[in-house]
Ligand binder design. Structure first.
Ligand code: FAD
Length: 385
């Protein structure tokens, strides 16, 4: 993807930042407390083109590079991380179609996804587990012009507000290794036999729906098999997850930046022992450490994004960015809470929200334990004796 020039990039980020300041910050506390899906804000995001950030311009998207994509996710997350939910896995699905779909699949899905008319999601995780993707049990059996999908998917973002999902299923249960028997399907919500389970009640990431998807011989037309080729689903999904991990890393940077900015502001207003707490060296050390770690995470994220745009395989870089940024975010949210003292624990201030939102980035798009294993595997390959 060609790099966006700096002036255009700055204009886009400024538009998103204005939207967050003007429309999001005044309502976030109420929406968060009531766990309300932010319909109006999501519609405004669609008007801003945020459902088509990386979708090619020929299909109505903005065709932006992954660095700008990361900056947008960072900006939204500074205001309310939940706003990135409806466009996060939506872009993973769009990336699967853009990179591996047939011309007809691209023409059918991408323009409506870019405008936000169709909101997508990703169905990988199952009730029995998400880390061991090759152990999924959902299967798709060809029957005439259709595949019949049976199984269920768990924790699916956009479950009740999404219109279509990229779903991974086994088309050959005997394949060895298992990933060779896995295929990816574009499943429309109105497919017969497809239903959405109840919305899950979460610690944070409020407002966004997270649901179980249930497939009971769900009929999916054969032309919705991604790329019209069986057995490639695992590779298609893993490739798209590289950009998913960049977006999760960017969310972590955004939440951490908000936590830091609140802390440095508060530390100059709050006094103890006759002076602002920012004058105490113990607080200064925290502020310096927080800001340094945030910047390190940001640079790792941008580097992964840049390499992705240059067409490189970035499972290592995106994995490192997501691992470091998410752990950093949890740490910075806690440090911000400490700097706020008792008020950091009270719902009047946003600090407790950052603290509740941070763990999602540790778990989502592959847990940090699994990512660490992937990183180690890649390094051992690279440094093999
Ligand atoms: C809010 C939310 C939204 C989500 N959205 C989506 C979505 O849109 N689409 C989707 O497909 N999924 C989604 N997920 C699921 C998420 O990707 C999974 O929760 C995650 O991959 C972990 O899977 P699991 O929960 O089944 O944990 P498990 O796989 O059961 O793992 C449990 C623990 O064991 C550890 N573990 C497992 N295997 C190993 C190993 N070999 N070595 C070391 N440690 C190991 C894990 O790291 C974890 O700590 C979402 C989850 C949440 C919470």
């Amino acid at each position: 993807m060609p790099e966006v020039n700096k002036e255009t990039q700055a204009q886009i980020i400024s538009l998103v930042s204005d939207f967050v300041r003007r429309d999001v910050l005044p309502v976030v506390k109420d929406l968060e407390a009531k766990d309300i899906y932010p319909e109006d804000l999501i519609d405004q995001m669609a008007e801003l083109g945020l459902f088509g950030i990386t979708i090619p311009q020929q299909y109505g998207g903005m065709g932006l590079d992954h660095t700008t994509f990361a900056m947008i996710f960072e900006e939204l997350s500074k205001g309310w991380m939940s706003l990135t939910g409806p466009i996060g896995t939506h872009h993973v699905m769009a990336s699967i179609i853009s990179n591996f779909g047939t011309p007809t699949q691209k023409e059918t899905w991408l323009p409506k996804m870019a405008s936000g008319e169709i909101r997508g999601g990703l169905g990988l995780t199952e009730p029995s587990g998400g880390s061991d993707i090759q152990a999924i049990q959902t299967k798709a059996v060809k029957n005439g012009n259709y595949y019949e999908i049976t199984g269920s998917k768990m924790f699916i973002t956009n479950g009740d507000h999404g219109h279509a999902f990229a779903v991974l299923a086994k088309t050959n249960e005997n394949a060895n290794p298992a990933y060779r028997g896995m295929s990816c399907f574009i499943v429309s919500k109105d497919s017969p036999g497809f239903s959405v389970g109840k919305k899950l009640d979460k610690l944070g990431y409020k407002g966004v729906s997270t649901c179980e998807l249930i497939f009971q011989d769900a009929k999916v037309p054969e032309n919705e098999l991604v790329g019209q080729v069986e057995g490639k689903g695992f590779a298609q999904v893993l490739s798209a997850l590289e950009s998913g991990r960049i977006n999760v890393a960017a969310r972590a940077v955004g939440v951490a930046q908000a936590a830091f900015e609140d802390a440095i502001r508060y530390s100059q207003n709050r006094e103890s022992f006759g002076k602002p707490i920012s004058s105490h060296q113990a607080i200064q050390l925290k502020l310096a450490d927080m800001a340094t770690k945030i910047q390190a995470a940001r640079l790792l994220t941008y580097e992964a994004a840049k390499d992705k745009d240059n067409g490189k395989r970035v499972d290592l870089q995106s994995g490192m960015a997501k691992l470091f940024a998410s752990e950093m975010c949890a740490y910075v949210a806690m440090e911000s809470m400490r700097i706020h003292g008792g008020y950091g624990y009270i719902k009047d201030l946003p600090v407790e929200r950052y603290y509740r939102d941070a763990p999602l980035m540790i778990i989502g798009e592959g847990t940090n334990e699994i990512l660490s294993l992937l990183i180690a595997k890649r390094l051992l390959d690279e440094y093999k004796l």
